[in-house]
Design a binder for this molecule. Structure first.
Ligand code: ADP
Ligand code: MG
Length: 236
């Protein structure tokens, strides 16, 4: 067995305290190997965004640990964690989260600037990403002049900019029509199958099942190997 690229142990998250406390994630363990495409499916409010934000170093767990290639993410201080995140993880959001004042190329260059990649190298890599994601003609367009599918491809290019081993995606197809959704699904699939990255997608989009190498379900902050409402396992 190869070493996992990502590992989570006993992850928990409670928002708020006392009467108002919400236990969004209640004890999740998971392991991701290189090349795997893990799909975590669950309805709205089941804890998907909370889980993936903790895996991505963006939300401190109430309990539990996250290891990226053996490094304990939350053992580091904020600055070190940001640095680790930049090198090891690419994150894709449902609503793209592109910077509206920057064009496509500049958005892709952001993580490389932050990781102090020399400018000429950053430009070169951004060009390659634009090319391979079919965005060469869109390099100088700002987000408001791009379609949803194009915006998501720019955000994938940005996630890949520092050549991370791990890609995390929160509902990456939710704001896309079926054609663009399929295209984004295929790109995410290739990142695992061809490039050997570990990919975790949280979603309730059934279309993503086709590209997953493993599917788990989340309900009320807990993982289950079987679909919800399927107590005897007939569907799985
Ligand atoms: P999903 O992404 O599956 O829709 P979330 O992780 O966003 O689920 O939310 C899980 C639960 O945690 C929900 O009950 C939600 O209302 C609650 N929640 C999410 N974020 C916060 C927050 N910042 N403060 C309080 N409760 C939150
Ligand atoms: Mg969510």
């Amino acid at each position: 067995m190869p070493d996992p690229v990502l590992q989570a142990e006993g992850l928990e998250k409670t928002y708020g305290t006392g009467q108002a406390a919400v236990q969004a994630v209640r004890g999740i363990d998971l392991t991701l190997e290189a090349g795997e495409r893990l799909l975590v499916m669950g309805p709205s409010g089941s804890g998907k965004t909370t889980l993936i934000s903790m895996l991505g170093g963006m939300l401190t767990p109430s309990a539990g640990r996250v290891f990226l290639g053996g490094e304990d993410l939350y053992e580091h201080d904020e600055r070190q964690r940001a640095h680790l995140r930049l090198r090891k993880l690419g994150f894709i959001f449902q609503s793209f989260n592109l910077l509206s004042a920057l064009n496509a190329r500049e958005n892709i260059e952001v993580p490389m600037r932050l990781s102090r990649t020399p400018r000429s190298q950053a430009r070169q890599r951004a060009s390659e990403q634009l090319e391979r994601l079919g965005l060469a003609e869109r390099a100088a367009h700002r987000p408001r002049d791009l379609s949803g599918g194009e915006k998501q491809r720019v955000s994938i290019a940005r996630a890949l900019a520092n050549e991370p081993q791990i890609i995390l995606a929160d509902e990456p197809t939710a704001n896309l029509d079926s054609q663009n959704g399929r295209q984004v699904a295929e790109i995410l699939s290739r990142l695992g199958t061809v490039e050997g990255k570990g990919v975790i997608i949280v979603s309730h989009d059934q279309r993503l099942q086709d590209i997953a190498s493993r599917i788990v379900w989340i309900e009320d902050g807990r993982l289950d190997q079987r679909p919800q409402g399927d107590p005897v396992g007939v569907a799985g």
